[in-house]
Ligand binder design. Structure first.
Ligand code: FES
Ligand code: FES
Length: 174
């Protein structure tokens, strides 16, 4: 089986009934899609499949041969965030961060098909995405800010203060 993941082609050894979530996390090593309910109910595993937000936990590898997958790792990098990433940062829209990748991918999919998304559009796109930290207002505000282009996507490389250890986190926490 093969997939194009964040622009790179992968030949995958996982059996066809393996969930895309497990393929991404266990075989490919991309840890932004989170394993929450693993039953389609929480949204934290959401990725883009051919541009559409989909639950990776419910998607068997065999059903998406050759598809293009996008995860948070494919959106931007620390010095050049995507508009949605930058807006989440500016609005303090992530607390523990567990729901954040799914929220970001749903928002990214929404803005790709509806760049002038309204608050109702955002609420509809994020329906079924649960934030146990309950930061919904900031999340919705962040997506609306990205839709309106009110974000600065460039970020200086953070530097440690004197005496502070520098910490580099590749990707997101597991
Ligand atoms: S882990 Fe996929 S919807 Fe909850
Ligand atoms: S930020 Fe903690 S679950 Fe949403």
């Amino acid at each position: 089986m093969s997939l194009i993941i964040n622009g790179a082609e992968y030949e995958l050894a996982s059996p066809p009934l393996t969930s895309l979530l497990n393929v991404l996390r266990e075989e490919v090593g991309l840890l932004s899609p989170k394993a929450g309910c693993q039953q389609g109910g929480c949204g934290t595993c959401t990725v883009l499949i051919d541009g559409e937000p989909r639950r990776a936990c419910l998607t068997p590898l065999g059903a998406i041969e050759g598809a293009a997958i996008t995860t948070v790792e494919g959106l931007g990098d620390p010095r050049n965030l995507s508009p949605v990433q930058a807006a989440f940062h500016e609005h303090y829209a992530a607390q523990c961060g567990f729901c954040t990748p799914g929220m970001m991918m749903a928002a990214t999919g929404l803005l790709a098909r509806r760049p002038d998304a309204t608050r109702d559009d955002v609420l509809e796109a994020l329906a079924g995405h649960f934030c146990r930290c309950t930061g919904y207002v900031k999340i919705v505000d962040a997506v609306l800010s990205a839709a309106a282009g009110r974000v600065d996507t460039t970020r200086p490389e953070p530097e440690a203060e004197p005496g502070e250890p520098s910490v580099v986190i590749p990707g997101s926490p597991a």
